[in-house]
Design a protein around this ligand. Structure first.
Ligand code: AMP
Ligand code: MN
Ligand code: MN
Length: 333
């Protein structure tokens, strides 16, 4: 990581690309690396595997990867195209086109950000408002509910027919990033209808992605939720609720169990903002933020070095649990 003085001028970001130019770029690629973000979710993996499958079918050499953890979360193991995934250390150092999917910044690529240097060109396909436009080309639609929704437009323009395997991957990102259609506009339902018409089993896909946990999830929830705290006065009385998941709480459990906690904590009626502090190593934390109506948590996360969307954002930080909670309360105001 480079350390720039605060006074350094901000680099001028390349402009966003029209859809047709993104399609031309993809269409002309002779070898492709597709990178998903670290701690991958179903939107980044679904996007990566759908796009990877299209290239594989065209006979274009393609690798799909994410930097960490080393294993794909079990809930995504049945997504079509998983055989295209390669371990991070096997990702080619030189490639014609690198595509980053669902990554708001190069930092979200983890150690694989190094592969940007050896790519002749790079294309970022994303929907984060905070996207830093780190590709040579950037296709960013911050009004899209998921990166898989952006990719559907790419496929349509490219003339790629969406069959059940592609629909499965695209639906995975759509259903998870819309909170099972709790939010997202009419466009997300129209897209869902179109994907379901290919014959995919939406109930089974959703159950596997969102509603399957080992029994050990229950005692973890009991201990983590018991220590949740509510600060009703935070952010001018809007309220903050938070919970802390220590390594000792989550030992032996998978990413799905840890990521599920924010969806319970954020239901607290007395708090506009919810936070879950997830310990990734002693004194190192990945933090999930959620809001409901009128607090922009992407702005809060950006202040703390992260990013995301208006109602769902995150950042990484270090320190004691008391320190990191205090830093969030300060940034929230
Ligand atoms: P999560 O709470 O991990 O589900 O993340 C919520 C949103 O915040 C997602 O859109 C992420 O892309 C974004 N996000 C999470 N962690 C970070 C981070 N460390 N840096 C930038 N964005 C993040
Ligand atoms: Mn994501
Ligand atoms: Mn997404």
């Amino acid at each position: 990581m480079t350390h720039c003085p605060d006074t350094a001028p901000a680099p001028i970001a390349p402009p966003d690309l029209p859809l047709q130019e993104a399609v031309d770029l993809l269409d002309g690629a002779t070898s492709v690396t597709i990178l998903c973000h670290v701690q991958p979710d179903a939107d980044t993996v679904g996007s990566g595997l759908a796009l990877g499958t299209v290239f594989a079918r065209r006979g274009t050499p393609v690798q799909v990867a994410f930097a960490s953890p080393s294993e794909l979360p079990a809930s995504m193991a049945t997504l079509p195209g998983v055989d295209l995934l390669v371990p991070a250390d096997r990702v080619a150092h030189e490639v014609d086109l690198l595509v980053a999917v669902d990554c708001g910044s190069a930092g979200r690529l983890g150690t694989l950000a190094s592969r940007l240097d050896g790519a002749r060109r790079s294309l970022v396909i994303d929907h984060h408002r905070s996207n830093t436009r780190f590709g040579t080309f950037n296709l960013i639609d911050d009004a899209a509910v998921s990166t898989t929704a952006v990719l559907t437009e790419v496929f349509d323009r490219w003339g790629v027919p969406i069959d059940a395997d592609l629909a499965h991957c695209l639906y995975a990102g759509l259903v998870t990033d819309t909170g099972s259609f709790r939010w997202g506009g009419p466009g997300s339902h129209a897209l869902a209808e179109r994907l379901l018409a290919t014959g995919i089993d939406a109930a089974a896909i959703t159950r596997r992605l969102l509603d399957s946990h080992p029994f050990g999830w229950l005692p973890m929830l009991a201990s983590v939720l018991a220590s949740a705290e509510l600060f009703p006065a935070a952010r001018d009385g809007r309220g903050l609720v938070h919970a802390v998941i220590r390594c000792t709480d989550s030992a032996g459990l998978g990413a799905e169990e840890i990521e599920s906690v924010i969806d319970i904590v954020r239901t607290t009626a007395e708090a506009e903002v919810a936070a879950v502090f997830k310990e990734t190593a002693p004194q190192s934390w990945s933090v999930s933020l959620r809001s409901k109506d009128d607090v922009d948590v992407a702005a809060v996360a950006e202040r703390l070095g992260g990013g995301g969307h208006r109602f769902a954002a995150g950042y990484t930080t270090s320190g004691s649990s008391a320190d990191v909670v205090a830093a969030l309360r300060e940034a929230l105001g």
